[in-house]
Write a protein that binds this ligand. Sequence first.
Ligand SMILES: [Zn+2]
Length: 198
Amino acid sequence: MGGPEIERLIALMARLPGLGPRSARRATLKMLQDPAARMLPLATALREAAAAVRPCRLCGNLDSHDPCTICNDPSRDRHLVCVVEGVGDLWAVERAGAHHGLYHVLGGTLSALSGIGPEDLNLRPLLARVEAGEVTEVILALGATVDGAATAHWLTERLEPTGVMVSRVAQGVPMGGALDVLDDGTLTAALRARRPVG
Ligand SMILES: [Zn+2]
């Protein structure tokens, strides 16, 4: 179509979530038509983000600071930890503005079907934080899927002996629903209506 550079760019763009081959071609063309304004700033931003952004060693959030900006924020309620599956879920809860505590990103959910066990998830820093005693409530904000429920159950059992209160986001999370597709109002309602587990 226009040389290997363009083909490669389209192929890479098409791998991004939400961009199929058709929208990858459109986005690529748009960039190529104004490289100075659209392409070079993007290239610089990609390079800088790739070099600077790392998972936070405390909570698993992605940030150019480690510990991350949220973990370092003195105005955050350090007694409350909201457990989410992925960074996209953390962003969704932050956007909703309904949680003023800290987070923990699991990096997935337990899944018997996909062979994902506790050792595959980012659990150790969470357990260490809870066992250190500063956390009084762990809010499980996991999707209402079979795997989300299994993960919540496992975590509840594992956290119970520490004496921490474990709650789960309640109404508003649709069955089979992922957290990061909820609108802010629904997510806020789900967080407010959390209830103790067990
Ligand atoms: Zn953090």
